[in-house]
Design a binder for this molecule. Structure first.
Ligand SMILES: Cc1cc2nc3c(=O)[nH]c(=O)nc-3n(C[C@H](O)[C@H](O)[C@H](O)COP(=O)(O)OP(=O)(O)OC[C@H]3O[C@@H](n4cnc5c(N)ncnc54)[C@H](O)[C@@H]3O)c2cc1C
Length: 445
Protein backbone atom coordinates (compact mmCIF):
# COMPACT_ATOMS: atom_id res chain seq x y z
CA UNK A 1 0.00 0.00 0.00
CA UNK A 2 1.19 3.49 -0.73
CA UNK A 3 1.98 6.21 1.85
CA UNK A 4 0.09 9.41 2.50
CA UNK A 5 1.18 11.11 -0.71
CA UNK A 6 -1.87 12.35 -2.60
CA UNK A 7 -0.41 13.90 -5.75
CA UNK A 8 1.89 12.46 -8.38
CA UNK A 9 3.46 14.22 -11.36
CA UNK A 10 3.92 11.88 -14.32
CA UNK A 11 7.04 12.97 -16.16
CA UNK A 12 8.16 9.86 -18.05
CA UNK A 13 5.82 9.22 -20.98
CA UNK A 14 5.99 6.54 -23.67
CA UNK A 15 7.93 7.59 -26.76
CA UNK A 16 7.63 4.96 -29.45
CA UNK A 17 9.25 5.12 -32.86
CA UNK A 18 6.83 5.21 -35.79
CA UNK A 19 8.39 2.24 -37.55
CA UNK A 20 6.38 -0.62 -36.10
CA UNK A 21 5.75 -2.57 -39.29
CA UNK A 22 2.84 -4.57 -37.83
CA UNK A 23 0.99 -1.26 -37.69
CA UNK A 24 2.33 0.45 -40.81
CA UNK A 25 1.31 -2.48 -43.06
CA UNK A 26 -2.32 -2.10 -41.96
CA UNK A 27 -4.78 0.32 -43.46
CA UNK A 28 -4.86 3.69 -41.72
CA UNK A 29 -6.92 3.84 -38.54
CA UNK A 30 -8.64 6.95 -37.24
CA UNK A 31 -7.55 7.24 -33.58
CA UNK A 32 -10.23 8.03 -30.98
CA UNK A 33 -10.43 11.72 -30.10
CA UNK A 34 -8.19 13.00 -27.34
CA UNK A 35 -9.73 14.46 -24.18
CA UNK A 36 -10.62 18.17 -24.33
CA UNK A 37 -12.92 18.48 -21.35
CA UNK A 38 -13.32 18.06 -17.60
CA UNK A 39 -15.28 14.83 -17.27
CA UNK A 40 -16.59 12.49 -14.58
CA UNK A 41 -16.75 8.72 -14.79
CA UNK A 42 -17.57 5.78 -12.53
CA UNK A 43 -14.30 4.09 -13.45
CA UNK A 44 -11.05 5.35 -14.93
CA UNK A 45 -8.64 2.99 -16.67
CA UNK A 46 -5.16 4.27 -17.57
CA UNK A 47 -3.49 2.44 -20.47
CA UNK A 48 -5.03 0.85 -23.56
CA UNK A 49 -2.81 -2.18 -24.10
CA UNK A 50 -4.06 -5.74 -23.60
CA UNK A 51 -4.32 -5.20 -19.82
CA UNK A 52 -6.26 -1.92 -19.89
CA UNK A 53 -8.57 -2.90 -22.74
CA UNK A 54 -9.35 -6.20 -21.06
CA UNK A 55 -10.02 -4.45 -17.72
CA UNK A 56 -12.31 -1.87 -19.33
CA UNK A 57 -14.28 -4.53 -21.19
CA UNK A 58 -14.71 -6.63 -18.07
CA UNK A 59 -15.79 -3.60 -16.01
CA UNK A 60 -18.39 -2.96 -18.65
CA UNK A 61 -19.72 -6.52 -18.33
CA UNK A 62 -19.71 -6.32 -14.53
CA UNK A 63 -21.25 -2.83 -14.34
CA UNK A 64 -23.29 -2.27 -17.52
CA UNK A 65 -24.78 0.98 -16.22
CA UNK A 66 -21.48 2.57 -15.22
CA UNK A 67 -19.52 5.05 -17.31
CA UNK A 68 -16.01 3.74 -17.92
CA UNK A 69 -13.31 6.01 -19.29
CA UNK A 70 -10.00 4.73 -20.62
CA UNK A 71 -7.17 7.12 -21.48
CA UNK A 72 -3.96 6.35 -23.32
CA UNK A 73 -0.86 8.46 -23.89
CA UNK A 74 -0.53 7.22 -27.47
CA UNK A 75 -2.56 5.25 -29.99
CA UNK A 76 -3.51 1.58 -29.97
CA UNK A 77 -1.22 -0.40 -32.22
CA UNK A 78 1.83 1.70 -31.37
CA UNK A 79 2.15 0.51 -27.74
CA UNK A 80 4.01 -2.63 -26.62
CA UNK A 81 0.77 -4.52 -27.21
CA UNK A 82 0.94 -3.59 -30.89
CA UNK A 83 4.66 -4.01 -31.48
CA UNK A 84 5.45 -7.43 -30.05
CA UNK A 85 6.22 -10.66 -31.91
CA UNK A 86 2.59 -11.79 -31.99
CA UNK A 87 2.89 -15.06 -30.05
CA UNK A 88 -0.16 -15.83 -27.91
CA UNK A 89 1.75 -18.12 -25.59
CA UNK A 90 0.02 -20.93 -23.72
CA UNK A 91 2.93 -22.98 -22.33
CA UNK A 92 5.75 -21.23 -20.43
CA UNK A 93 9.04 -21.22 -22.41
CA UNK A 94 10.71 -22.93 -19.50
CA UNK A 95 9.28 -24.49 -16.39
CA UNK A 96 10.97 -26.19 -13.50
CA UNK A 97 10.44 -29.67 -12.16
CA UNK A 98 10.21 -28.63 -8.53
CA UNK A 99 6.70 -29.27 -7.24
CA UNK A 100 6.10 -25.65 -6.27
CA UNK A 101 7.16 -24.50 -9.70
CA UNK A 102 5.06 -27.11 -11.46
CA UNK A 103 2.05 -25.84 -9.56
CA UNK A 104 2.96 -22.34 -10.63
CA UNK A 105 3.32 -23.55 -14.24
CA UNK A 106 -0.19 -25.03 -14.02
CA UNK A 107 -1.48 -21.68 -12.80
CA UNK A 108 0.30 -19.86 -15.62
CA UNK A 109 -1.20 -22.20 -18.18
CA UNK A 110 -4.70 -21.96 -16.70
CA UNK A 111 -4.45 -18.17 -16.88
CA UNK A 112 -2.90 -18.18 -20.35
CA UNK A 113 -5.43 -20.60 -21.81
CA UNK A 114 -8.35 -18.65 -20.41
CA UNK A 115 -6.86 -15.47 -21.90
CA UNK A 116 -6.40 -17.19 -25.27
CA UNK A 117 -10.05 -18.31 -25.24
CA UNK A 118 -11.19 -14.79 -24.27
CA UNK A 119 -9.18 -13.28 -27.12
CA UNK A 120 -10.27 -15.95 -29.63
CA UNK A 121 -13.92 -15.26 -28.80
CA UNK A 122 -13.45 -11.51 -29.19
CA UNK A 123 -11.61 -11.94 -32.48
CA UNK A 124 -14.47 -14.11 -33.74
CA UNK A 125 -17.34 -12.05 -32.35
CA UNK A 126 -15.96 -8.75 -33.66
CA UNK A 127 -14.45 -10.02 -36.92
CA UNK A 128 -11.04 -8.70 -35.94
CA UNK A 129 -8.79 -9.34 -38.93
CA UNK A 130 -5.48 -10.00 -37.23
CA UNK A 131 -4.38 -13.26 -38.88
CA UNK A 132 -5.33 -15.18 -35.72
CA UNK A 133 -4.17 -18.71 -36.33
CA UNK A 134 -3.36 -21.68 -34.07
CA UNK A 135 0.01 -22.57 -35.57
CA UNK A 136 1.85 -23.79 -32.46
CA UNK A 137 5.45 -22.86 -31.81
CA UNK A 138 8.90 -24.38 -32.07
CA UNK A 139 11.29 -23.97 -29.15
CA UNK A 140 14.55 -24.33 -31.03
CA UNK A 141 18.15 -25.27 -30.26
CA UNK A 142 21.00 -24.47 -32.65
CA UNK A 143 23.49 -26.89 -31.09
CA UNK A 144 23.38 -30.43 -29.64
CA UNK A 145 24.62 -28.95 -26.35
CA UNK A 146 21.75 -26.46 -26.32
CA UNK A 147 19.32 -29.26 -27.01
CA UNK A 148 20.75 -31.40 -24.21
CA UNK A 149 21.02 -28.67 -21.62
CA UNK A 150 17.79 -26.79 -22.38
CA UNK A 151 15.38 -28.76 -24.55
CA UNK A 152 15.70 -32.10 -22.78
CA UNK A 153 14.85 -30.63 -19.34
CA UNK A 154 12.01 -28.71 -21.01
CA UNK A 155 10.64 -31.99 -22.43
CA UNK A 156 10.79 -33.62 -18.97
CA UNK A 157 8.89 -30.73 -17.53
CA UNK A 158 6.25 -30.89 -20.23
CA UNK A 159 5.93 -34.62 -19.41
CA UNK A 160 5.44 -33.76 -15.75
CA UNK A 161 2.78 -31.24 -16.71
CA UNK A 162 1.03 -33.75 -18.98
CA UNK A 163 1.43 -31.44 -21.99
CA UNK A 164 1.43 -32.62 -25.59
CA UNK A 165 4.58 -31.87 -27.58
CA UNK A 166 6.75 -33.28 -30.37
CA UNK A 167 10.48 -33.51 -30.86
CA UNK A 168 11.42 -32.28 -34.33
CA UNK A 169 14.83 -33.10 -35.84
CA UNK A 170 17.04 -31.03 -38.12
CA UNK A 171 15.81 -32.52 -41.40
CA UNK A 172 12.14 -31.97 -40.69
CA UNK A 173 12.85 -28.50 -39.29
CA UNK A 174 14.62 -27.55 -42.49
CA UNK A 175 11.49 -28.54 -44.45
CA UNK A 176 9.04 -26.83 -42.12
CA UNK A 177 11.01 -23.62 -41.51
CA UNK A 178 13.02 -23.33 -44.72
CA UNK A 179 16.32 -22.98 -42.85
CA UNK A 180 18.99 -25.48 -41.83
CA UNK A 181 19.96 -23.37 -38.84
CA UNK A 182 18.43 -25.54 -36.10
CA UNK A 183 19.40 -28.99 -34.80
CA UNK A 184 16.38 -29.77 -32.67
CA UNK A 185 13.11 -28.28 -31.55
CA UNK A 186 10.21 -29.02 -29.28
CA UNK A 187 6.93 -28.22 -30.96
CA UNK A 188 3.94 -27.33 -28.78
CA UNK A 189 0.68 -27.06 -30.70
CA UNK A 190 -1.39 -24.55 -28.68
CA UNK A 191 0.34 -21.24 -29.42
CA UNK A 192 -1.58 -18.77 -31.58
CA UNK A 193 0.22 -16.45 -34.01
CA UNK A 194 -1.25 -13.12 -35.09
CA UNK A 195 -0.57 -9.51 -36.07
CA UNK A 196 -0.46 -7.76 -32.67
CA UNK A 197 -1.21 -4.25 -33.95
CA UNK A 198 -4.29 -5.50 -35.77
CA UNK A 199 -5.43 -7.34 -32.65
CA UNK A 200 -5.03 -4.44 -30.24
CA UNK A 201 -6.59 -1.99 -32.69
CA UNK A 202 -9.52 -4.37 -33.17
CA UNK A 203 -9.98 -4.75 -29.41
CA UNK A 204 -9.96 -0.96 -28.96
CA UNK A 205 -12.41 -0.41 -31.82
CA UNK A 206 -14.92 -2.93 -30.49
CA UNK A 207 -15.22 -1.71 -26.90
CA UNK A 208 -18.74 -1.77 -25.46
CA UNK A 209 -20.90 1.37 -25.59
CA UNK A 210 -20.41 2.38 -21.96
CA UNK A 211 -16.62 2.54 -22.42
CA UNK A 212 -15.12 5.77 -23.83
CA UNK A 213 -11.54 5.59 -25.06
CA UNK A 214 -9.44 8.76 -25.38
CA UNK A 215 -6.19 8.29 -27.30
CA UNK A 216 -3.24 10.71 -27.44
CA UNK A 217 -4.25 11.63 -23.90
CA UNK A 218 -1.32 11.21 -21.50
CA UNK A 219 -1.96 11.49 -17.79
CA UNK A 220 0.38 14.22 -16.50
CA UNK A 221 -0.83 14.40 -12.91
CA UNK A 222 -2.78 12.14 -10.59
CA UNK A 223 -4.44 13.27 -7.34
CA UNK A 224 -6.09 10.91 -4.90
CA UNK A 225 -8.16 13.10 -2.57
CA UNK A 226 -11.97 12.57 -2.94
CA UNK A 227 -11.58 9.72 -5.40
CA UNK A 228 -9.10 9.94 -8.26
CA UNK A 229 -8.52 12.90 -10.50
CA UNK A 230 -6.12 12.79 -13.41
CA UNK A 231 -5.02 15.78 -15.45
CA UNK A 232 -4.21 15.46 -19.13
CA UNK A 233 -2.87 18.18 -21.50
CA UNK A 234 -6.35 19.54 -22.33
CA UNK A 235 -8.70 18.00 -19.78
CA UNK A 236 -9.22 15.96 -16.64
CA UNK A 237 -11.10 12.88 -15.44
CA UNK A 238 -12.60 12.53 -11.99
CA UNK A 239 -13.62 9.03 -10.91
CA UNK A 240 -14.14 7.26 -7.59
CA UNK A 241 -12.14 4.23 -8.79
CA UNK A 242 -9.20 3.63 -11.07
CA UNK A 243 -7.48 0.70 -12.73
CA UNK A 244 -3.88 1.38 -13.65
CA UNK A 245 -2.65 -0.60 -16.67
CA UNK A 246 0.21 1.60 -17.84
CA UNK A 247 2.71 -1.29 -17.99
CA UNK A 248 6.24 -0.12 -17.07
CA UNK A 249 5.03 3.46 -16.60
CA UNK A 250 2.77 2.46 -13.70
CA UNK A 251 5.55 2.94 -11.16
CA UNK A 252 5.07 6.72 -11.44
CA UNK A 253 1.46 6.52 -10.22
CA UNK A 254 2.27 5.77 -6.61
CA UNK A 255 3.21 2.12 -7.05
CA UNK A 256 6.58 0.89 -5.72
CA UNK A 257 9.63 2.22 -7.54
CA UNK A 258 11.78 -0.81 -6.66
CA UNK A 259 9.72 -3.45 -8.47
CA UNK A 260 10.34 -3.13 -12.23
CA UNK A 261 13.22 -3.22 -14.63
CA UNK A 262 12.80 -2.52 -18.32
CA UNK A 263 14.26 -4.29 -21.32
CA UNK A 264 14.51 -2.74 -24.77
CA UNK A 265 14.08 -5.03 -27.78
CA UNK A 266 14.30 -4.67 -31.54
CA UNK A 267 12.28 -6.41 -34.22
CA UNK A 268 12.01 -6.33 -38.02
CA UNK A 269 9.42 -7.53 -40.49
CA UNK A 270 10.15 -8.13 -44.18
CA UNK A 271 7.96 -7.23 -47.10
CA UNK A 272 5.89 -10.22 -48.36
CA UNK A 273 7.91 -12.70 -50.41
CA UNK A 274 7.07 -12.39 -54.13
CA UNK A 275 5.99 -15.41 -56.13
CA UNK A 276 9.51 -16.37 -57.25
CA UNK A 277 10.79 -16.05 -53.69
CA UNK A 278 7.93 -18.15 -52.40
CA UNK A 279 8.78 -20.85 -54.92
CA UNK A 280 12.45 -20.74 -53.92
CA UNK A 281 11.64 -20.73 -50.21
CA UNK A 282 9.22 -23.64 -50.62
CA UNK A 283 7.47 -23.27 -47.25
CA UNK A 284 3.75 -22.56 -47.30
CA UNK A 285 2.58 -22.88 -43.70
CA UNK A 286 3.19 -20.08 -41.20
CA UNK A 287 5.41 -20.91 -38.26
CA UNK A 288 6.85 -19.33 -35.10
CA UNK A 289 10.19 -20.03 -33.43
CA UNK A 290 11.37 -19.05 -29.97
CA UNK A 291 14.99 -19.70 -28.94
CA UNK A 292 16.06 -21.86 -26.00
CA UNK A 293 17.86 -18.85 -24.57
CA UNK A 294 15.91 -15.60 -24.68
CA UNK A 295 19.01 -13.40 -24.21
CA UNK A 296 21.24 -14.99 -26.80
CA UNK A 297 18.74 -16.31 -29.36
CA UNK A 298 16.47 -15.01 -32.09
CA UNK A 299 12.68 -15.16 -32.22
CA UNK A 300 11.39 -15.66 -35.78
CA UNK A 301 8.13 -16.06 -37.62
CA UNK A 302 6.84 -16.72 -41.10
CA UNK A 303 3.45 -15.06 -41.39
CA UNK A 304 0.26 -15.88 -43.21
CA UNK A 305 1.01 -13.12 -45.70
CA UNK A 306 4.51 -14.53 -46.39
CA UNK A 307 6.68 -12.15 -44.40
CA UNK A 308 9.54 -13.08 -42.06
CA UNK A 309 9.86 -11.58 -38.59
CA UNK A 310 13.20 -11.31 -36.78
CA UNK A 311 13.20 -10.30 -33.11
CA UNK A 312 16.75 -10.12 -31.85
CA UNK A 313 18.72 -8.02 -29.38
CA UNK A 314 17.81 -7.34 -25.74
CA UNK A 315 19.19 -4.48 -23.66
CA UNK A 316 18.52 -3.08 -20.22
CA UNK A 317 16.67 0.18 -20.85
CA UNK A 318 15.52 1.67 -17.56
CA UNK A 319 14.31 4.89 -19.23
CA UNK A 320 12.40 2.90 -21.90
CA UNK A 321 14.29 4.70 -24.64
CA UNK A 322 16.68 3.14 -27.15
CA UNK A 323 18.76 5.33 -29.44
CA UNK A 324 18.44 5.68 -33.22
CA UNK A 325 21.96 4.20 -33.46
CA UNK A 326 20.81 1.10 -31.60
CA UNK A 327 17.90 0.72 -34.03
CA UNK A 328 20.23 1.06 -37.03
CA UNK A 329 22.62 -1.52 -35.60
CA UNK A 330 19.74 -3.92 -34.99
CA UNK A 331 18.55 -3.42 -38.56
CA UNK A 332 21.88 -4.52 -40.03
CA UNK A 333 22.06 -7.48 -37.63
CA UNK A 334 18.57 -8.54 -38.67
CA UNK A 335 19.48 -8.34 -42.35
CA UNK A 336 22.54 -10.49 -41.69
CA UNK A 337 20.40 -13.07 -39.85
CA UNK A 338 17.98 -13.17 -42.79
CA UNK A 339 20.77 -13.63 -45.32
CA UNK A 340 22.54 -16.31 -43.26
CA UNK A 341 19.44 -18.33 -42.44
CA UNK A 342 17.47 -17.99 -45.66
CA UNK A 343 20.03 -18.15 -48.48
CA UNK A 344 17.37 -19.20 -51.03
CA UNK A 345 15.73 -15.75 -50.78
CA UNK A 346 18.75 -13.43 -50.79
CA UNK A 347 16.98 -10.24 -51.90
CA UNK A 348 14.05 -9.98 -49.54
CA UNK A 349 14.12 -6.54 -47.89
CA UNK A 350 12.89 -5.39 -44.52
CA UNK A 351 9.61 -3.52 -44.44
CA UNK A 352 10.82 -1.86 -41.25
CA UNK A 353 12.68 -2.23 -37.94
CA UNK A 354 11.35 -0.97 -34.61
CA UNK A 355 12.06 -0.91 -30.87
CA UNK A 356 9.84 -1.87 -27.96
CA UNK A 357 10.03 -2.30 -24.19
CA UNK A 358 9.05 -5.01 -21.79
CA UNK A 359 8.46 -4.59 -18.09
CA UNK A 360 10.02 -7.27 -15.90
CA UNK A 361 10.24 -8.12 -12.20
CA UNK A 362 13.12 -9.91 -10.49
CA UNK A 363 11.05 -13.02 -9.72
CA UNK A 364 8.81 -12.79 -12.84
CA UNK A 365 5.79 -12.03 -10.64
CA UNK A 366 3.09 -9.71 -11.99
CA UNK A 367 2.16 -6.40 -10.33
CA UNK A 368 -1.49 -7.12 -9.59
CA UNK A 369 -4.14 -6.09 -7.08
CA UNK A 370 -5.27 -3.16 -4.97
CA UNK A 371 -2.38 -0.74 -4.43
CA UNK A 372 -4.25 2.07 -2.65
CA UNK A 373 -7.80 2.81 -1.60
CA UNK A 374 -9.88 2.30 -4.79
CA UNK A 375 -6.81 2.00 -7.05
CA UNK A 376 -6.04 -1.35 -8.66
CA UNK A 377 -3.04 -2.34 -10.77
CA UNK A 378 -2.53 -4.79 -13.66
CA UNK A 379 1.04 -4.40 -14.93
CA UNK A 380 4.40 -6.09 -15.42
CA UNK A 381 3.65 -8.99 -17.76
CA UNK A 382 7.28 -10.16 -17.91
CA UNK A 383 7.46 -10.36 -21.69
CA UNK A 384 4.39 -12.57 -22.20
CA UNK A 385 1.84 -9.79 -22.16
CA UNK A 386 -0.64 -10.91 -24.80
CA UNK A 387 -2.06 -13.57 -22.51
CA UNK A 388 -0.81 -12.26 -19.17
CA UNK A 389 -1.95 -8.69 -19.87
CA UNK A 390 -5.36 -9.88 -21.03
CA UNK A 391 -5.97 -12.09 -18.02
CA UNK A 392 -4.56 -9.67 -15.45
CA UNK A 393 -6.87 -6.94 -16.81
CA UNK A 394 -9.88 -9.24 -16.63
CA UNK A 395 -9.04 -10.48 -13.13
CA UNK A 396 -8.25 -7.05 -11.73
CA UNK A 397 -11.65 -5.79 -12.94
CA UNK A 398 -13.37 -8.69 -11.18
CA UNK A 399 -11.30 -8.06 -8.08
CA UNK A 400 -12.17 -4.34 -8.09
CA UNK A 401 -15.88 -5.18 -8.49
CA UNK A 402 -15.78 -7.73 -5.66
CA UNK A 403 -16.73 -10.48 -8.12
CA UNK A 404 -15.61 -14.01 -7.32
CA UNK A 405 -13.29 -15.59 -9.84
CA UNK A 406 -10.96 -18.51 -9.06
CA UNK A 407 -8.41 -17.06 -11.47
CA UNK A 408 -7.86 -14.16 -9.05
CA UNK A 409 -6.39 -16.75 -6.64
CA UNK A 410 -4.13 -17.97 -9.45
CA UNK A 411 -2.97 -14.41 -10.12
CA UNK A 412 -2.31 -13.75 -6.43
CA UNK A 413 -0.49 -17.06 -5.99
CA UNK A 414 2.08 -15.93 -8.57
CA UNK A 415 3.39 -13.59 -5.86
CA UNK A 416 4.48 -9.98 -5.86
CA UNK A 417 7.52 -8.45 -7.54
CA UNK A 418 10.57 -8.84 -5.29
CA UNK A 419 12.51 -5.74 -4.34
CA UNK A 420 15.24 -4.92 -6.85
CA UNK A 421 18.63 -3.57 -5.79
CA UNK A 422 19.13 0.18 -5.96
CA UNK A 423 19.52 1.64 -9.46
CA UNK A 424 23.35 1.73 -9.94
CA UNK A 425 23.79 -1.77 -8.49
CA UNK A 426 20.88 -3.03 -10.60
CA UNK A 427 22.25 -1.54 -13.81
CA UNK A 428 25.79 -2.90 -13.32
CA UNK A 429 24.53 -6.31 -12.16
CA UNK A 430 21.87 -6.72 -14.86
CA UNK A 431 24.21 -5.67 -17.68
CA UNK A 432 26.91 -8.07 -16.44
CA UNK A 433 24.38 -10.91 -16.14
CA UNK A 434 22.99 -10.32 -19.62
CA UNK A 435 26.49 -10.16 -21.13
CA UNK A 436 27.31 -13.43 -19.39
CA UNK A 437 24.10 -15.09 -20.65
CA UNK A 438 24.84 -13.89 -24.18
CA UNK A 439 28.44 -15.10 -24.01
CA UNK A 440 27.50 -18.45 -22.51
CA UNK A 441 24.83 -18.99 -25.16
CA UNK A 442 26.66 -17.42 -28.10
CA UNK A 443 26.39 -20.66 -30.08
CA UNK A 444 22.64 -20.56 -29.67
CA UNK A 445 22.25 -17.23 -31.47
C1 LIG B 1 9.54 -6.52 -29.41
C2 LIG B 1 8.63 -7.19 -28.41
C3 LIG B 1 8.25 -8.51 -28.62
C4 LIG B 1 7.34 -9.11 -27.73
N1 LIG B 1 6.83 -10.35 -28.06
C5 LIG B 1 5.79 -10.84 -27.33
C6 LIG B 1 5.10 -11.99 -27.78
O1 LIG B 1 5.37 -12.55 -28.84
N2 LIG B 1 4.09 -12.48 -26.99
C7 LIG B 1 3.73 -11.86 -25.82
O2 LIG B 1 2.83 -12.35 -25.14
N3 LIG B 1 4.34 -10.74 -25.41
C8 LIG B 1 5.34 -10.19 -26.13
N4 LIG B 1 5.93 -9.02 -25.75
C9 LIG B 1 5.47 -8.35 -24.50
C10 LIG B 1 4.10 -7.70 -24.68
O3 LIG B 1 4.06 -6.90 -25.82
C11 LIG B 1 3.78 -6.84 -23.45
O4 LIG B 1 4.00 -7.60 -22.29
C12 LIG B 1 2.33 -6.40 -23.45
O5 LIG B 1 2.03 -5.69 -24.61
C13 LIG B 1 2.04 -5.56 -22.23
O6 LIG B 1 0.68 -5.16 -22.31
P1 LIG B 1 0.16 -4.03 -21.34
O7 LIG B 1 -1.25 -3.79 -21.66
O8 LIG B 1 0.51 -4.39 -19.94
O9 LIG B 1 1.07 -2.78 -21.71
P2 LIG B 1 1.15 -1.80 -22.98
O10 LIG B 1 0.79 -2.44 -24.23
O11 LIG B 1 2.50 -1.16 -22.89
O12 LIG B 1 0.05 -0.73 -22.63
C14 LIG B 1 0.25 0.24 -21.62
C15 LIG B 1 -0.34 1.51 -22.13
O13 LIG B 1 -0.19 2.52 -21.11
C16 LIG B 1 -0.06 3.75 -21.77
N5 LIG B 1 0.51 4.74 -20.86
C17 LIG B 1 1.73 4.76 -20.29
N6 LIG B 1 1.88 5.89 -19.56
C18 LIG B 1 0.72 6.58 -19.67
C19 LIG B 1 0.26 7.82 -19.16
N7 LIG B 1 1.02 8.61 -18.40
N8 LIG B 1 -0.98 8.23 -19.49
C20 LIG B 1 -1.79 7.47 -20.28
N9 LIG B 1 -1.40 6.29 -20.78
C21 LIG B 1 -0.16 5.84 -20.48
C22 LIG B 1 0.84 3.45 -22.95
O14 LIG B 1 0.72 4.41 -23.97
C23 LIG B 1 0.38 2.06 -23.36
O15 LIG B 1 -0.52 2.10 -24.44
C24 LIG B 1 6.87 -8.40 -26.59
C25 LIG B 1 7.27 -7.09 -26.37
C26 LIG B 1 8.14 -6.47 -27.27
C27 LIG B 1 8.52 -5.05 -27.03
Amino acid sequence: MQDKQTEWQISRLPSNDKTNAWNTILSKREACASLHDQINADWLVVGAGYAGLSAARRLSENCPNDRIVIVDAGVCGENASGRNSGFVIDVPHTVSSSLAQLESAHRHMRLARTATDVLANLVGANNIECDWSVDGKYQTAVTHEGSQSMLEPFAKELDALGEIYQWVGAEELAKKLGTTHFKHAIYTPGCVLMNPAALVRGLADSLPDNVSLYENTPVLKMESANGIRVTTPAGSVQAPRMILAANGFSEQFGYRTDAFYHLGLHASLTRPLNSEERAAYAVEKPWGVTPVNAFGGVTMRYTNDHRLLIRQGIKLSMGQKLSAASLEKAKSQHIKILRDRFPTIPNVELENTWSGYICMSKNSAPAFGEIAHNVWLAACQNGIGVTKGTISGLCVADFACGRENALIDDMQALGEPEKLPSRPVLEVGARALMKWEQLKNRNES
